[in-house]
Structures are given as C-alpha cells and as structure tokens.
Design a protein. Structure first.
Length: 434
C-alpha cells in the first residue's frame, strides 16, 4: 500500500466512525428550513450535501480544509520560495486534512508520474475526432473511455464488499488524476500545433509537466500553471461539476463515469465555459470601443448597453459569494507582480474598477464583484496560451483535484445513492395557498 493510501486509512477510519455515530444518533435533528424559492431557483443555500474538502463562505470566499487562499499560498510547499503552491500539496490537504511537507508533495508527484501512461486506445479515440471538435468533447470522451480499465468496476464485479469501496475508488482516482495532463496536452497539441506531441518530463511536477507537454517550457508558465491548478481545484460540493461527480458516484458509477459527467457540467456557459466567454467578450468590447482604458466612460456606457440588451457581464457575479472572489484577487496580484504592463491585464484592471460600480446600482444584482473567470484567461493569454476554447479543459484538469478527493471520502463514508423527492407545480401552488 502506498504511503498516501496508508495515511488515508489512518485518517478516514476515525472520521467514518464519527459519521456513523452522527447518522445513528442524530438523524432526526432539524438543521434548517427550505423555502419554495430555494427549490424553484436551483436549491440555492439549501444544506443538502456533505463535503469535507472545502467550504465557500459568502463573505470570506473559499477555504480548503479551513485554510484561506492567502494562507495556503504561503504555507503549501513550492518548487521555489518565490513561486506558487504545488497543486499536489492541495490535493494532499483535501484528501488527508493535513498540510504536507515538501517530501510528501514530491512523493505524490512521483506517484502520479508512475501512473501517468495513457492506454493506446485513448490516443486512437482522440485521433478519430475531427480536429475542430470542441476540446471539452474530446476531454470528456477520453475520460469516459478509460472506464474500460476501472479497478473499482473490476473489483465490484468480483464481489467487493461495501466497506472496501473506497479502496479501489482511491486507485481509480490516483490513476485518473495522473493521466489528465497527458490527455489535455495531447488534445491541445493535436488541435493547435499540428499534432506535434511532446513527451512528459519526469523531473517536473504535475502542473509544470502539463505546461511542458503543451509546449510552454519555461519557469514563468510553470509558475502560472501551478497557480491556475491550485485556484480552480475545488469550490465546495454544490457547484455543478462537484455535485454532478458526487451524484453520479452515489450510484456506485466508477470514478471515470462520475468525473466525466462532472466535466459535461463544467462545459456549460454558467460554469467553466465562462472563462472562455470573458476573453471573447473583452475582444468584442475592444473591437467596438477601442483600447478600453483610454476612456473609462466608454466602458461604463458599453456595460450599460450590454445590460439594457439583456446580456450579462461575464466574469462578474457569483451564486454564493458577496465579495470579490479571492481567486480573482490572487490572479490580479500575480499579474501586477509579473506582467504589470500587459495590455490585457490593464484592461482587466480597468474593468475591475468600473464594472462593480455600474452593477451595484442594479437592484437585482446581489454580487457585482469579479469571480475567478474574470482573470484566468488574461494570464493565459499573456503567456501565449491564446486558444481560449481550450481554457475549460484546463479548468477541468484542476477541478479533478477537489471532486475526486471528495469522491474518495464519499465511498469511505459509504454515502448512499442521492435521491431527493420532487413534486409537480400544483403541489407548490397548494403549499403557497394559491
């Protein structure tokens, strides 16, 4: 048993005992009320999921196992002192509820490198797609195809007991995370660089190897990719990609099925697709009004016209947050430190100054502040990753860290299949006295 898996056993068994006692002794405890509005507007704010890896506070932003983003940028191991946290360290924290040492992170990097070879049939499946097939279609299909070799499914069919479900879930999760950079890089090089593939470098960490295989082999891009993978990794259990992975996994679908389903949710315009929309929107704005920061009044008028036309401002607003997304702040700090004169960063900064000021005067908008999508594409553009249709794939690689760590815990707790009840509209009208 590998050391991380052994430590998971040591951490999980006491937590599972607590989970079972809570379920046995306190199942009748009422923890909240549900309104018709919550049900009919996407279950917003309803406490209905168990997620240990992270928690989103409306006023404080995301916390990973209780730690804020600024805290983890300081405390998680780095490749170099001035660099960004290694994503392996965040996965370690989310899985084990323990800050890792540099040795722990290096061991995890080696473990993933040892599991990263892709089956030949995955390459053949990807090569069968027309090169203009949307990147997320290719990405999701490659993930789904690997279910052929699911260790969980093989053990389940062999009679594995419920208490052992976590074991082979862990094995699939580790294999899957290890392979994602190769899948993403293969799609990228095939679509945008004439299928001239680049072999992995075993000396690099997980995120840097992704950048290397994409063709961006310098320290600055490696540093950005570590930040990107860190910031997009998790956002508690209720967002679409996390909830979908949990929901499909609750049917004991193997991790490949569950994560592929989550990725089809991530591909939606109201979720991970939004990082593409921000860049496309900025292109259109500059094309129409010229260099944005020459005249901020032009930005105000352009935004007001967009709103009057019934359009949203991509990258602004959030279903839960009621402040500037700390993930955006981290990206802004990175940009101001390393690329202060970049025209895209200057435009992003101008929008940050103007957009909330306009949106705050619109009563129906509860959060006028930028979210993570408002900044991520700008940094990628600066370093030459300009194919913004591909950005959601990078988001998906990162999101695997959180949703798959959670999936290990779902199976350790033995969570049942998710099955809420539903009613027709007339039932709700009756409850409301209509």
């Amino acid at each position: 048993m590998d050391p991380i898996k052994q430590k998971f056993v040591e951490v999980a068994l006491p937590r599972v005992a607590e989970f079972r006692k809570l379920l046995a002794d306190h199942s009748e405890k009422v923890i909240g009320e549900i309104t018709i509005g919550q049900v009919l507007t996407g279950m917003k704010g309803m406490v209905s999921l168990l997620c240990d890896t992270s928690k989103l506070d409306p006023e404080e932003g995301i916390r990973f196992r209780g730690y804020s983003i600024p805290e983890l940028r300081e405390r998680l191991p780095k490749r170099n002192p001035e660099g960004e946290p290694l994503p392996e360290g965040l996965f370690y924290l989310m899985l084990l509820n323990e800050l890792p040492t540099r040795e722990d992170v290096d061991a995890l990097s080696r473990e993933w490198a040892s599991r990263s070879d892709l089956p030949d049939y995955v390459y053949k499946i990807l090569d069968a797609f027309p090169t203009d097939t949307r990147p997320m279609v290719q990405f999701s299909t490659a993930i789904l195809a690997m279910a052929k070799d699911s260790k969980f499914m093989a053990a389940y069919l062999d009679g594995m007991g419920k208490k052992e479900h976590w074991d082979q879930t862990y094995e699939d999760v580790m294999d899957l995370i290890a392979r994602l950079p190769r899948i993403a890089a293969y799609i990228y090089r095939r679509m945008y660089h004439g299928n001239k593939q680049i072999d992995p470098d075993p000396s690099l960490d997980w995120a840097a190897n992704l950048a290397h295989m994409m063709g961006f082999d310098n320290y600055e891009v490696h540093r950005l990719m570590r930040l990107y993978m860190f910031l997009h990794s998790d956002h508690e259990g209720g967002n679409v990609s996390a909830h979908t992975t949990h929901l499909v996994g609750s049917a004991l679908s193997n991790p490949y099925y569950a994560y592929a389903a989550g990725m089809t949710g991530l591909a939606g315009p109201l979720h991970g697709f939004a990082n593409q929309e921000v860049i496309r929107w900025m292109f259109n704005m500059i094309k129409e009004i010229g260099p944005a920061c020459d005249d901020k009044e032009k930005i105000r008028k352009y935004i007001m016209q967009q709103i009057e036309d019934g359009k949203v401002i991509p990258g602004y607003g959030h279903a839960v947050l009621r402040k500037t997304d700390p993930r955006f702040t981290a990206q802004l700090e990175f940009g101001q430190k390393y690329l202060p004169d970049d025209p895209w960063l200057i435009t992003m900064t101008c929008l940050f100054e103007v957009v909330p000021e306009v949106l705050v005067g619109i009563s129906k908008i509860k959060n006028p502040w930028p979210n993570v999508d408002a900044g991520s594409g700008v940094l990628l553009m600066h370093y030459g990753i300009k194919e913004f249709d591909f950005y959601t794939v990078l988001f998906g690689v990162s999101r695997a860290l959180g949703v798959l760590a959670s999936l290990c815990w779902d199976r350790a707790y033995g969570l049942p299949i998710e099955r809420p009840t539903s009613h027709p509209l007339d039932w709700f009208k009756k409850q409301a006295g209509m």
